[in-house]
Design a protein around this ligand. Structure first.
Ligand code: PLP
Length: 231
């Protein structure tokens, strides 16, 4: 299958999933996760009408983004060390993986120098999985409260990677819990916009995520194929 065909079939599947639960397909954004895939794959996707990409590694992303300045939108979806906050703040349109105050503060400081407002999501470890990054659901409110004085950051919602499970009902429960948490925090006016973004769902579970309210899905393998191994 070609990248273009894959994008079209994912878009069809997104529309079907949205209609199946009476949602407007336009209310859901598709991130094409291009980590470890070459710039040429990004260009091919752009020719197929895909202009939103997700990257996990700052150095790799920097080379790609600088090669096509202003031509596409990039979200950072990987783990960031606070010492990479400067580059992250410069390069990305959104950082989806803010999970601690120290990182938020570093991003805010760099954005001040750049005179940039930066959209962010709070990464939540919704299943309290010891192997996953993210603030625990219980601590998400406290983190959002701490972000209020950081004027350069615009917290728009929540992101999660649930624990891997073969049982789709367990996965569904995690997505639902993220939505409920987003609703609770939204009522407390802890986000910079009226609605709450929910970034959840990948190649194997994005339909369930859409049924549970995802506004952003992150799909890599089903668009670009298997990722080349790192050496
Ligand atoms: C790699 C990655 C994805 C894409 O996963 P696929 O299974 O290839 O669709 C989505 N989200 C995050 C955070 C990732 O790191």
């Amino acid at each position: 299958m070609s990248i273009a065909k894959n994008i079209h079939s994912i878009r069809d599947a997104m529309a079907d999933a949205a209609k199946g639960c009476n949602r407007d397909p336009e209310s859901i954004r598709l991130i094409a996760v291009s980590k470890r895939h070459p710039l040429s794959s990004i260009r091919t996707a752009m020719q197929a009408g895909q202009f939103l990409f997700g990257e996990n590694y700052i150095q790799e992303a920097s080379e790609k983004i600088k090669a096509i300045p202003g031509q596409a939108t990039f979200h950072f979806i990987g783990h960031i060390q606070s010492n990479k906050a400067k580059q992250a703040a410069e390069l990305f349109d959104m950082i989806e993986t803010v999970d601690r105050f120290k990182l938020a503060k570093a991003l805010n400081n760099h954005c001040k120098k750049l005179d940039k407002k930066l959209d962010i999501l709070i990464q939540v470890n919704i299943g309290n999985d010891p192997n996953k990054a993210g603030v625990s659901p219980e601590k998400a409110e406290e983190l959002l409260q701490q972000l209020i004085p950081l004027r350069q950051l615009r917290p728009l919602g929540l992101m999660t990677i649930p624990p891997l499970s073969k049982n789709t009902e367990i996965t569904r429960k995690h997505f639902k819990n993220l939505r409920l948490l987003g609703t609770t925090l939204g009522k407390k006016k802890l986000f910079a916009s009226h609605g709450v973004e929910l970034s959840m769902g990948m190649s194997h579970d994005f339909k369930i995520a859409i049924e549970e309210g995802a506004t952003i899905i992150r799909v890599g393998t089903s668009i670009f194929g298997k990722r080349p191994e790192t050496n």
